[in-house]
Design a protein around this ligand. Structure first.
Ligand code: SF4
Length: 185
């Protein structure tokens, strides 16, 4: 699968999409303090979230081990930033669209790791809460915040608007190793 085909796949799922070198992505470990404040209630309650997902350095290493990253952006007409239910549902849709596209890329032989717009929601109840192992360690995803990605700068790097006009924008990425036959987009 070529990078042009990967971009087309993301766009077919409704995303604005771009590709960056992972070496161009800015990380800031200080973002980890926001996770520790646990406003989302997932700190220590999901394998994909801190502290269980790994240190900021370990998370960064998981992305930069791949040379390229496909960046996803979606926009949602949510006027009220306090509408947590609308935001939760929109993030679920965003992550679902990413997973559909990435599953097809993986099926075509593209290896990589996904960072979404929220914690992993592959299971209705994360197995960490029952002291059971994660059944999908290869497919689970953490959010960009857990990776300490500086999302505003990532958007700028891709020529994407960070904010949405009259709504909310969500981001995600798929760090990947291009296949041998892939040309760069
Ligand atoms: S796949 Fe299930 S158990 Fe694993 S991190 Fe995601 S929600 Fe938790």
């Amino acid at each position: 699968m070529t990078e042009s085909e990967m971009l087309a796949l993301a766009r077919r799922e409704g995303f604005e999409a771009g590709i960056v070198e992972t070496g161009e992505i800015e990380f800031d470990p200080r973002f980890r303090t926001f996770c520790a404040e646990n406003l989302c209630g997932k700190y220590g309650a999901n394998y994909s979230c801190p502290p269980d997902c790994g240190t900021p350095e370990e998370m960064r290493a998981r992305i930069v081990r791949y040379p390229r990253a496909l960046v996803f952006r979606s926009e949602w007409p949510i006027a009220d930033y306090q509408d947590q239910e609308a935001i939760r549902l929109a993030k679920r849709e965003h992550n679902g669209g990413m997973l559909r596209a990435i599953d097809q890329m993986r099926a075509a032989g593209i290896e990589g790791t996904m960072a979404g717009a929220s914690n992993c929601t592959l299971c209705a109840r994360c197995k960490i809460l029952d002291n059971a192992p994660c059944p999908f360690p290869e497919r689970r995803f953490s959010c960009l915040s857990a990776y300490c990605v500086f999302v505003r700068k990532l958007a700028e790097r891709c020529g994407m608007a960070y904010a949405a006009d009259g709504g909310i924008a969500f981001f995600g990425l798929f760090a990947f190793a291009p296949s041998a036959d892939s040309e760069r987009a």
